[in-house]
Design a binder for this molecule. Structure first.
Ligand code: PGA
Ligand code: ZN
Length: 424
């Protein structure tokens, strides 16, 4: 049984230059693990609450000194010298210490960073790769995830030229992570060339590294994504399909979707999504409806059935309660899993278990504000995610995860999740 000898946190900066938290956990055996936590920009209302300092004179109020102080103070006092049976006991202890439903007292950032640093320390103590430790939490057989890679961005991750957030490419004929990345590179370069020719845009990128030319509307964005696949010498649908993060909560105003200069009610929004499916090789629709539009989600799930995944991000917030309700209502069939939406590994594992029990697909996702930490690649592999969603292939905080997937693929003989969600 591990005992925690020392906990130490500090404030570091994420890929947007905003503060976040890094922590190191040292066990009695001398094994230690360091981890850092990401942060979202297009967040759901039901997410666990990050603690931010609120002092506008420093990082516009986004400082994490209080969260750091909570790790180095209350959490360290409660945990050091203590024997911890397992991850579940640690995470429960952290939740009880916080005592609020949204982790707002100590901060979800302070809590998650300890949960993750402990996981790394224990995996080091056991001399197992981190993905194998994660697999042991869920009882899964590790498997490398298929990639979904950000090609074009809009919404909150770019200048808001187009309301929807991301068009992603899914290299569905790839047989390995290695092949998948080479295909994505070819499509990304083709998309950059198209952006230059059509919009005079150098490859200026959005928060997650997606290209963000001033598209007139969503159709223009999807059309160019298909053109990029073709220009790369690949077959749209057969080799490379598309996934769309609509992130529609962020343009849902007074019960209507404000999209491409139109004002759509829920059924109008669903009809619009269906026109995209008719024209383009789309295999997944994320947050096609707003997080509070519960009544319409079952209809969306019904019409997408057999054509594309109905994927819930802001809608589900990796929250077991929301997932249970969505399963009952048949409101979705895929979970976007972001550990910091819920705040501990154990609760994220519960979310994953619920989704799997319902027969759903699982997409393990990064946040738009990331660090160079690569634990997400191990999590997606250990929990046998169908897909991983990390952003694009141009920034080191994203590449840290892809490079770790390449390392896992080269060093361990694991199956690859590709091929199961081809465009039909
Ligand atoms: P976020 O966005 O990390 O800014 O919340 C990612 C997503 O919506 O998938
Ligand atoms: Zn999303």
């Amino acid at each position: 049984m591990p005992s925690i000898e020392e906990l130490y946190a500090l404030e570091i900066l994420d890929s947007r230059g905003r503060p976040t938290v890094q922590a190191t956990c040292t066990l009695g055996s001398g094994a230690s693990g360091t981890a850092s936590v990401p942060s979202g920009a297009s967040t759901g209302h039901a997410e666990a609450r990050e603690l931010r300092d609120g002092d506008r004179r420093r990082y516009g109020g986004l400082g994490c000194r209080h969260a750091v102080a909570n790790v180095n103070g209350a959490i360290r006092s409660a945990l050091t010298g203590r024997k911890i049976a397992d991850q579940a006991e640690l995470d429960l202890c952290l939740c009880e210490l916080d005592g609020t439903p949204d982790k707002g007292r100590l901060g979800a950032n302070a809590i998650l960073v300890v949960s993750l640093a402990f996981a790394r320390a224990v995996s080091q103590e056991r001399a197992t790769p981190l993905f194998a430790y994660f697999a042991s939490l869920l009882g899964t057989t590790p498997r490398l995830p298929q990639l979904t890679v950000n090609l074009f961005s809009g919404g909150k991750h770019a200048g808001g030229q187009v309301s929807i957030q991301d068009i992603l490419v899914v290299p569905c004929s790839a047989q390995s992570v290695d092949q998948a990345l080479a295909m994505v590179y070819a499509v990304y370069q083709a998309a950059a060339a198209i952006s230059l020719e059509k919009y005079g845009m150098r490859a200026l990128t959005a928060d997650e590294g997606g290209l963000a030319p001033p598209f007139l509307d969503v159709d223009a964005m999807l059309y160019d994504a298909v053109a990029a696949i073709e220009r790369a010498g690949l077959r749209p649908g057969a080799d490379v399909a598309l996934a769309v993060d609509v992130a529609s909560s962020h343009f849902y105003v007074d019960g209507n979707y404000l999209l491409d200069h139109a004002r759509l009610a829920s059924h109008g929004m669903i009809a619009r999504i269906l026109t995209w499916l008719d024209r383009y090789p789309i295999v997944s629709i994320e947050d096609g409806l707003a997080e509070e539009d519960w009544g319409a989600w079952p209809d969306l799930n019904t019409v997408l059935q057999g054509r594309a995944l109905t994927l819930g991000d802001d809608f589900l917030c990796t929250n077991p309660g929301r997932i249970r309700r969505a399963v009952e209502l048949r409101a979705a069939n895929a979970l976007l899993l972001k550990v910091n939406q819920v705040g501990t590994l154990t609760e994220a594992a519960d979310a994953c278990r619920l989704a799997r029990a319902a027969g759903w697909a699982v997409v393990v996702s990064a946040r738009s504000g990331e660090t160079e930490d690569n634990w997400l690649a191990d999590l997606a592999t250990g929990w046998a995610g169908d897909f991983i969603k990390v952003g694009s292939i141009t920034q080191s905080e994203r590449l840290a995860k892809y490079n770790r997937l390449l390392e896992i693929e080269a060093r361990y003989d694991l199956p690859f999740a590709g091929g199961q969600y081809e465009h039909r």
